[in-house]
Design a protein around this ligand. Structure first.
Ligand code: MCA
Ligand code: AMP
Length: 514
């Protein structure tokens, strides 16, 4: 049997000269090179970590949950989990103990890897969930994980996997209830990565600036997989900073970012054609790219950003064309369905919308996930009877075949590329003393694209303090989920059915930040 382990394919794409630099870890503030990692280093370190995991005699399909700062070692940990045949579960570094408790309880990982600074609260959560081992990994790539791996052999045979075996679980919030774990198989990830590598013209000559977090599809899968499968070098930043990115940009050929990164780079006077002299591709996604940003980028740099569209459940679905022969890159669109991916627009009544008409976007393809972890009822709800996944995005396919996203049927705010689910934040606010009800909405924001705003009603006879609501939220949820403003009001606007009219609130606060 041919090994369908994604890592086996990544390993076979390593260049013949393993001493070449694969990753140049660089200082996020200055851009200076901190450390070079060769392909050999990746091979050896992933083997050691994989052997460490094997030494724990974990059951087949065990999950390895990881909440650590971004480092090259953290990427190696991801690759080692694939290599050993286990299931990788990345967690946003901003999540606090209460949020993590849910993920660990729900996913029941066998191993947890966390930052040393989180160990004091992580250990009891892990113990309660019967996690077998907790390791630490710090932001400079040290910790008990790396110490234990150093005792292991650097020889390891990549675990045999079938195409449909699970490779990763990515939690994605729900419009109601708690987060759902999207189960991605080796073939989901591999098929998508190979398609992107070809479609976007990757080669071993490329140099990628990697400045995105590695707990989401964009940074972990799209960016890393393309570079690793091409034998291309990555300039690696643990955090995005326009200064360091612009310092290193003249050496790079590819950059990937959420729209906020492009907005922040445009605000730096050093962004010009000279800075982009070796660049061949700028990719944007995870949130809508404003046409103003698209146009300004073209004027300043001479490059046209390629916007693409994807989801945690599906990895990448559509892309604007790479070559002029395929077509022009059209701002305000997310391009064509990628090879092998099918996109249709439904009327939500079982019928399909004709070309140019707006409806619910449904997708199908080898990249579409295997379902939600231990939530069969969600699979029934979110897949159609004929097996298409309902994205919750609303859009159309125009007369030239470009997919245009016009909105979302799911109540979701995308802020700086992170998803914030109003229902979750409203739940926290509604539990506070004196709160009768609340509505959280997204409004335009010049930096984050959208920002959360909470509108809160007090219980009769009580008064509320917006500052207290904000500070209470800050102690319990990830910082990016905390609304940027809180308004205390007498009541929320409702329609005849009694449903809160969030559209009216969005209109009222539309000019808050712009
Ligand atoms: C930080 N803050 C935010 C956000 N990030 N507020 C709202 N939205 C955000 N995204 C706030 C913090 O709460 C904090 O506020 C203050 O900004 C400074 O925090 P810090 O962490 O220092 O911020 P930063 O380093 O400037 O981060 C901004 C960022 C980051 C670089 C834009 O958010 C980022 O890396 N975003 C990329 C997300 C991403 O990779 N998404 C891909 C998802 P306070 O001081 O008040 O606490 S994958 C996906 O969506 C699909 C599949 C796809 O298509 O790719
Ligand atoms: P996530 O749950 O983090 O995977 O986020 C997926 C969602 O991000 C999609 O369902 C879209 O709503 C949104 N998204 C991703 N890329 C784009 C894009 N280029 N334009 C508009 N929305 C996007």
């Amino acid at each position: 049997m041919k090994n369908k382990n994604l890592f086996a394919v990544i390993r076979s794409a390593f260049p013949t000269d393993l001493s070449a630099t694969a990753i140049e870890s660089s200082d996020s503030a200055t851009g200076a090179t901190l450390r070079l990692y060769s392909w050999h280093d990746i091979d050896e370190q992933t083997a050691r970590i994989a052997n460490l995991l094997l030494s724990l005699a974990l059951p087949e399909g065990s999950r390895v949950a990881v909440q650590t700062e971004k480092s090259v070692e953290a990427l190696m940990l991801y690759l080692a989990v694939l290599r050993a045949g286990y299931v990788y579960l990345p967690l946003n570094t901003a999540y606090q103990a209460g949020e993590i408790e849910y993920f660990i309880g729900n996913a029941e990982p066998a191993v947890v890897v966390c930052s040393p600074k989180s160990l004091a609260w992580m250990q009891p959560i892990a113990d309660a969930a019967k996690v077998r081992r907790v390791f630490t990994l710090d932001d400079s790539g040290g910790g008990s994980l790396i110490d234990a791996a150093a005792q292991q052999s650097s020889v390891h045979s990549i675990a045999l996997k079938e195409a449909d075996d699970l490779a990763a679980i990515l939690y994605t919030s729900g419009t109601t209830g708690r987060s759902k774990g999207a189960m991605l198989t080796h073939n989901n990830l591999l098929s998508n990565a190979l398609t992107l590598k070809d479609y976007w013209g990757w080669s071993s000559k490329d140099v990628l600036i990697h400045a995105l977090p590695i707990f989401h599809v964009h940074g972990l899968f799209v960016a890393s997989h393309c570079a690793l499968l091409s034998g291309a070098k990555m300039i690696w930043f643990s955090k995005f900073d326009p200064n360091s990115v612009l310092t290193r940009m003249p050496e790079a050929t590819v950059f990937m970012g959420v729209p906020t990164l492009y907005v922040r780079l445009l605000a730096d006077a050093r962004l010009n054609q000279g800075a982009c002299k070796n660049m061949r591709l700028f990719v944007a996604g995870s949130a809508p790219l404003l046409i103003e940003t698209f146009n300004e980028w073209r004027e300043r740099t001479g490059h046209t950003i390629l916007e693409r569209y994807g989801m945690s459940e599906t990895a990448m679905l559509t892309s604007n064309p790479y070559t002029p022969e395929q077509g022009e890159r059209r701002g305000g669109t997310v391009g064509f369905p990628l090879p092998g991916v099918s996109v249709r627009v439904s009327d939500d009544q079982g019928g399909m919308r004709p070309e140019g008409e707006i409806g619910g976007i449904e997708v199908n393809g080898p990249n579409v996930f295997a379902g939600y972890w231990r939530m069969p009822e969600k699979n029934t709800e979110e897949f159609t009877a004929d097996g298409w996944f309902k994205t919750g995005d609303v859009g159309k396919i125009d007369e030239r075949g470009y997919v245009v996203i016009v909105g979302r049927s799911k109540d979701l705010i995308i802020s700086g590329g992170y998803n914030v689910y109003p229902a979750e934040i409203e739940g926290y606010i509604n539990d506070m003393p004196g709160v009768a009800e609340s509505a959280v909405i997204g409004v335009p924001h010049p930096d984050f694209g959208e920002a959360g705003v909470a509108v809160v009603v007090a219980k009769a006879g009580t008064s509320l303090d917006a500052a207290v609501i904000l500070s209470t939220l800050k102690t319990s949820i990830a910082n990016f989920k905390v609304p940027k403003r809180v308004f205390i009001v007498a009541d929320l606007p409702r329609n005849a059915m009694g449903k809160v009219q969030k559209n009216l609130l969005r209109q009222e606060h539309a000019k808050l930040f712009v």
